[in-house]
Design a protein around this ligand. Structure first.
Ligand SMILES: O=C(O)[C@@H](CO)OP(=O)(O)O
Length: 341
């Protein structure tokens, strides 16, 4: 699972599901769905969000905002009282499992490559680790390796809700993917795909072998292309450029969901997630260059009082410790135990 050490004198150090590299060998440590006949006429006039029946809540009135999983509500009465809405929400970040180009050691960037068998297994393993954490919405990049990872991980979730990819690429795509049962909607999780969460565009390095490129252009320069903050690879994006779109998307689209009480999972990529973690953990541009993410290891954050608190990776044997951090998570797991065991 450990990321490959890149460059001379650099080693990787796992740190709560992600790895910090150090040159000096020191550890751096809803639904507004209306089941009326009109609905079958593809009613859209009041829809806010995706128009597929799922509503994201962004820009919607309180009544349009879908409730988070009622499993989290202490009682039925409480769940209808917005004042008593859970004040903390979970944010899971997961880098996709190993891809066929990770295996071949090729620069991948925005090339859309699927997972290897090992990557599939990593995604399933990741799913086991987060199987008792509430998830109300899923965001993935537009790339298949992140989408496969999200779906495989969700196949392990104990709540057994069905992740459903929203299609908003055209009005027809929206309408043709509508769901006409409120009950079915309640047992579904919207999956939103966003190009803004894609891997950093690697320009003219895409498809080149990482080792051969280092031999050809020199390790120093290739390391600069790969891990400096603001130096882009030829005709590609620097981490800074990647952060501009990924963090903007996180702030505009995902943070409001967390604020409104939804538990969110993001399946994305090494560099789009590094930039989001830079924002969450308030890392400097110096600190982020030594941050490495392993494939298929989920990281948990708790969003509370407008702050993101990193809770590491919910992996055994420390799993108990992760759940012990918040009563809400412990309660959710207990309800799953009661319901499904
Ligand atoms: O090739 C890529 O797209 C990325 C992630 O695998 O490479 P790097 O390790 O340089 O971030």
């Amino acid at each position: 699972m450990a990321s490959a050490a890149i460059g001379r004198g650099i080693r990787t150090v796992h740190c709560h599901g992600y790895t910090k590299r150090s040159r000096d060998h020191k550890d751096l440590g809803c639904v507004t769905f209306r089941p009326s006949r009109k609905c079958f006429k593809m009613e859209t006039e009041s829809s806010v969000g995706f128009g597929n029946g799922f509503e994201t809540g962004i820009g919607a009135s309180a009544s349009q905002t879908p409730a988070a999983d009622p499993f989290l509500s202490p009682s039925k009465n409480d769940s209808t009282d917005p004042q008593k809405k859970s004040k903390e929400t979970a944010l899971i970040l997961i880098r996709h499992g190993e891809s066929l180009w990770n295996e071949k050691n090729l620069f991948t960037g925005c090339v859309d490559v699927p997972l290897t068998k090992k990557g599939v297994e990593e995604a399933i393993e990741a799913g086991k680790r987060i199987s008792s954490i509430p998830i109300d919405m899923i965001y993935t990049s537009a790339l298949i390796r992140a989408q496969m990872t999200a779906m495989l991980a969700m196949s392990q979730h104990r709540r057994k809700k069905v992740p459903i990819v929203l299609h908003d690429e055209s009005e027809q795509a929206k309408q043709w993917s509508r769901i006409f049962s409120e009950d079915t909607m309640k047992q579904s999780i919207p999956v939103i795909t966003a190009w803004q969460l894609n891997e950093r565009m690697y320009g003219e390095l895409q498809g080149l072998n990482k080792q051969e490129t280092a031999e050809r252009y020199g390790k120093e320069l290739v390391h600069e292309w790969r891990r400096s903050y603001d130096i882009p690879p030829p005709n590609g994006e620097s981490l800074e450029m990647c952060a501009e779109r990924a963090v903007a998307y996180f702030k505009d689209q995902i943070e409001p969901q967390l604020l409104s009480g939804k538990n969110v999972m993001i399946a994305a990529h090494g560099n789009s997630l590094r930039s989001i973690i830079m924002y969450l953990d308030k890392l400097t541009s110096q600190e982020v260059i030594s941050l490495e993410l392993s494939t298929g290891v989920p990281m948990l954050y708790i969003f509370k009082n407008g702050k993101f608190i990193r809770r590491g990776s919910p992996a055994a044997p420390s799993e108990v410790g992760v759940y012990a951090y918040t009563k809400t998570l412990a309660k959710y797991r207990q309800r799953l135990d009661e319901m499904f065991e």
